[in-house]
Write a protein of this length. Sequence first.
Length: 459
Amino acid sequence: MSFVQRSGATLTLDGHPYHFVGYNMPYQMWDGESLSTALGDWGAGQTVARIFCFQTYNIVSGAINWTALDALLATFAAHGDRVILVLGNNINGAGGPNDDGALKDLVWWQGGSPNGYDVKVQSTSSPAQVLTYRAWVSAIVTRYASNQTVLMWQLMNEAQAINANGTGTEAAANTAMVAFANDVGALVKGIDSNHLLSLGNIVGYNGGAGGQQWTGSQTYYDPPASGYNTQTGGDYYLLGAVSYLDVLDYHDYGYLQAMGLPYTVPGLQVALDIGASLGKPVIVGELGLDWTASPQYGQPAMSPSTLAERAKLFSQKIAAQIPAGVAGICVWTWRNNPQVSDGGDYGSEVGPSDPALATLATGIGAGHLSFAGSGTAALPTPATGVGCLTMLGAGAAAIAVAAIGAGHLALAGHALASGANPAMQAFWYEGKWWLAPAPFPPGTVPWLAARDATHEGGH
């Protein structure tokens, strides 16, 4: 493995453009579901998990204990997958899977005595935390700064800075969060120059009472003439501009349309335009589609309300969002055994045998391709036009790579004669290798049924 980096608004791996598709596994460290089972059930092309990794989950007998996190990262590494580690939760889920101590209100974000992030120990969690948030970030980043399984750090889940009573003002929230991002961002980057960093705020309100102050609304953004008004409250833009932050986040709920409602509040296209303006990638850290007849988060019901229909909608969203500029997508949420007793998450859960596993197998990226029983073959960058590669033979020693001019990739368990019908095609398109079942017309964008080698093995 190598570290995922960025070049402007594009994620990169080994110098090539990099995208990912995967799942949220928010409660993996809380409920202890079998991780090897989960990763074994993932479909091809699903390579990243977004994990809630709060201090609460890493305390044993009143002290920080890294045993569970060490094991989790080793398991992901063995499967060739990566993780986004979320280090805090803005809401209070005391005693449950969201438990990260008390609500992160405006006073917490502002810092200082007695209740700031750099002073207060969240003893209301279960078990009680033993470090301030700032000290927790320092400890975990120090331990795993050289771990390539970590794709990026995310400081908070759905960060916002409202008052404890639910009121708030956008200006005060934005001021506090920008100062927080500068302080904790400098802390992280001073320890770890390898990993990307995301704050975890989303296109939504950061402090407006009742969610009325939305980032990206027409007050702040009016394409294409007015651009970004950084003087009157464009908090997503201003927070994204903090130099220590590498990646912006967006959470896609409530819309069946592939891109949501692009220039409304809150709009994915607004987030992408702001990311492009700042030269920073945007990920969809949570993509949730509820297939039940009474969906959550204000989402209209699907027609029909079936897993198959949801799988089709997932495919449409990914097919639209990645080409539009989204750098990576994590579906909300993976569960080894989805069941009604899971409550509000049930309709959004993806598990083994779900038809979404196939539709999420986009296999996007660049680099090399791995095939079971045949080793790994590096893919060259063609000088012009469509590239091609033929892989022959039953084992690694028998593989031949040859430019045959037809723009296809042939896979076989025995020698394949020149000119034979290819089993797969490989296309070089917009700086990436794409793989799809043959025949596939050149010049189109193939959404892949096979895993791209940016995954680096596994599955």
